[in-house]
Design a protein around this ligand. Structure first.
Ligand SMILES: [Cu+2]
Length: 121
C-alpha cells in the first residue's frame, strides 16, 4: 500500500473509534447475537472484535448449563478478517450456552468477556 493510502486508511479507521475504551479489542457483535435465542444449533460461532487480534493468543470457548465444554476447540481467526474469531460447535441441544472469549489484540492488550445465548428447539 502506498504511504498516502495507508495514511488515509489510518485516519478513517481512527475516526471510526467511538471512544477511548475502544483502544482495546472488545466484542463488537457476534453470531448468535449476545443474549439472543436462535432456533436450532448454529454450525459455528462468529465473534467480531473492535481491533485486529493475534491468532495464537485469542480463544473462545462455549459451555453448556452444566459447565461442560461444547465447542470443538478449533477457534481461529478468519483468514480474510483478523477481527473475526470463529469456533465450530457440534449439534447443540436446546438450552442456554455461555461463550467465554479472551483475546490478545495487535496492540498487545489482553481483554476477556462472556455472553450467553439460547438454542430453542
Ligand atoms: Cu489496547
Amino acid at each position: 500500500m502506498k504511504p498516502i493510502l495507508l495514511a488515509a486508511w489510518a485516519v478513517a479507521w481512527t475516526a471510526s473509534a467511538v471512544s477511548p475504551a475502544s483502544a482495546h479489542a472488545f466484542l463488537d457483535h457476534a453470531t448468535p447475537a449476545v443474549g439472543s435465542t436462535v432456533h436450532g444449533s448454529p454450525p459455528r460461532l462468529a465473534l467480531w472484535f473492535t481491533q485486529t487480534l493475534e491468532p495464537a493468543f485469542s480463544t473462545v470457548r462455549v459451555f453448556d448449563r452444566e459447565n461442560r465444554r461444547q465447542d470443538k476447540d478449533d477457534a481461529k481467526l478468519d483468514p480474510r478478517d483478523a477481527t473475526l474469531l470463529l469456533v465450530s460447535v457440534p449439534q447443540l441441544v436446546p438450552g442456554r450456552y455461555r461463550v467465554e472469549w479472551r483475546v490478545l489484540s495487535t496492540d498487545t492488550h489482553v481483554t476477556e468477556g462472556d455472553f450467553t445465548f439460547v438454542v430453542a428447539p
